[in-house]
Design a protein around this ligand. Structure first.
Ligand code: 5RP
Length: 225
């Protein structure tokens, strides 16, 4: 299900966004392989004297930031001026996220930031979103939400863990339904329909949230928005 460009494209995108970060600010640290390149570049810049604090969006990004020495804070104590995050698909400023099942905390941090810089490779770009939408649900709501998603025209699949039997469990102790709606003509309406379902903690539609898209290509980084 995950789309993927080359490591070089991901590295170029991540480093391009990290290089825009200025001294003295708080940075939201997204999740995923492309964002990891941005976090590592920020770590190198911190080693060289850059003064920032990071707010991680997952266990994975928190561990990486700690390993490379980025000082951390939380939304209780600070607001991010910038967040850097990946995406599974992007059309205009709207994203589908949650390939790493971290979209609930990602949306919290990305929406709190003054500016969201999205780091992708060309396989993530689309004219119309059609990637399945990850929906994080309370375990008890798995069946009721799946039925409601079907009523909305979607095909929900419980996300299975890759390396062991059983489902993926999020950092918040919940399950993920990957919901295929085909082409999503009206992301804002689908987003509010999904948010309204009892038992949905968060879904992966980030409507009109991106301020800059850094897309790593064979010919360098294209920055749009
Ligand atoms: C995690 C995400 C990721 O940002 C998204 O899946 C992209 O990951 P990658 O850069 O590894 O392709 O939304 O929840």
């Amino acid at each position: 299900m995950k789309r993927g460009g080359t490591d070089e494209q991901k590295r170029a995108a991540g480093e391009s966004a990290a290089d825009t970060v200025s001294d003295g600010i708080v940075v939201g640290l997204g999740t995923g392989s492309t964002t990891a390149y941005a976090i590592r570049e920020l770590g190198r810049r911190v080693d060289a004297g850059l003064d920032i604090e990071g707010i991680p969006t997952s266990y994975q990004s928190r561990q990486l930031a700690r390993e490379i020495g980025i000082p951390l804070t939380t939304l209780d104590d600070a607001r991010p001026e910038v967040a850097i995050d990946g995406a599974d698909q992007v059309a205009g400023g709207t994203l589908i996220k949650g390939g790493g099942a971290a979209h609930a905390r990602e949306k919290l941090v990305d929406a709190a930031a003054d500016r969201l810089l999205v780091v992708v490779d060309p396989t993530k770009e689309a004219d119309v979103l059609d990637h399945p939408v990850p929906v994080e649900v309370l375990p008890d709501a798995r069946r009721t939400v799946a039925d409601a998603v079907a009523d909305l025209g979607g095909d929900p699949q419980l996300r299975a863990a890759e390396r062991k039997d059983g489902p993926v469990v999020t950092d918040n102790g919940n399950l993920v339904l990957d919901c295929d709606f085909g082409e999503i003509g009206d992301p804002a309406t689908l987003a509010s329909d999904l948010s309204a379902l009892p038992g949905v903690l968060e879904h992966g539609l980030f409507v009109d949230l991106a301020d800059e898209i850094h897309c790593g290509t064979a010919d360098g980084v294209r920055v749009t928005r």
